[in-house]
Design a protein around this ligand. Sequence first.
Ligand SMILES: NC(=O)c1ccc[n+]([C@@H]2O[C@H](COP(=O)([O-])OP(=O)(O)OC[C@H]3O[C@@H](n4cnc5c(N)ncnc54)[C@H](OP(=O)(O)O)[C@@H]3O)[C@@H](O)[C@H]2O)c1
Length: 314
Amino acid sequence: MVRTLEQRRFPVKKLVLLASKRSAGQTTTFNGKTVTIEELTPASFAGVDIALFSAGGSVSKEYCPIAAAAGATVIDNSSAWRMDPDVPLVVPEVNMEHAANRPKGIIANPNCSTIQMMVALKPLHDAARIKHIVVSTYQATSGKGHAAVTELEEQTQAKLSGKDYPPKVFPSPIAFNVVCDWKAGDMDYSEEEWKMVHETRKILGDQSILVSPTTVRVPVVNGHSEAVYVSFHRPLHAAEAKDLLRNAEGVELTDGPYAPGKHPQPIDAAGKDAVYVGRVRDDIGVPGTIHLFVVADNLRKGAALNAVQIAERL
Ligand SMILES: NC(=O)c1ccc[n+]([C@@H]2O[C@H](COP(=O)([O-])OP(=O)(O)OC[C@H]3O[C@@H](n4cnc5c(N)ncnc54)[C@H](OP(=O)(O)O)[C@@H]3O)[C@@H](O)[C@H]2O)c1
């Protein structure tokens, strides 16, 4: 988040960096200057205009209202406030107008998988109104934090050396494997899958949209991929969808006939800001419905960048 503010030359008069007691006193740099990290306390927000939170749900639950009461506009990365009816859930390219109505002074940043799908689908929704989305994700380990990336790297090395490396972050080995999201939600869907259902409906402002998700972790360091199938209230064909996506804000369309290796890939999206959309094609069996392959950097567009973009537009 700090690097994103720097790279986008966000107009910062003063940057206050807060963390737990564990990190207080450590330093980092911002725009070439040293900044000392302070411990988060209820008094931390005096004089703060915009507060970007990314310290987990329990910290956000407690401290976002304190920051808002001190006069800051809060943009929260955790899932703590996303489904609160008094908190707008915002993807700037999709529903920035929702941010104007924030009775609690808090704006929520959606889940990473939902953000990139919304950027890709909004132009199509505007044209033909989405009826049903069937989505399968191929999510990177970085979405589960630094420890998850370390586990992938160390476990891969261990396996190649014939050594044992029991899983810690993941419920089963992530090296040379794929792992379905394991935090259980209702009806045998995972919590991550339910986030895609509820957040899609809230962001697009349409509770009738059907979303059928399967969320899966793959041995990728960074960059989420999604295979998305969509049907609409009127037929929409791949040619029209490509025309709509070619000029869509935040989207990079990979056009042209399918060529091996020429589709959006996490290895290319990592470190970039765009949502990459490719393999836009008509369904074989159901005319007027389409498939897309959607890839983005989950740490940038799926988290830090989206939060900073909200702040930029505010
Ligand atoms: N789409 C999205 O918006 C998106 C994407 C990814 C993650 N997230 C969410 O972002 C949050 C952080 O994830 P992450 O992967 O960045 O975690 P992380 O790497 O573990 O970072 C957590 C940060 O929060 C600080 N922190 C933890 N407990 C604290 C406390 N009691 N008081 C003050 N600061 C505290 C930590 O400081 P210390 O080093 O001092 O502990 C650290 O700087 C999670 O809620 C996650 O779900 C959102």
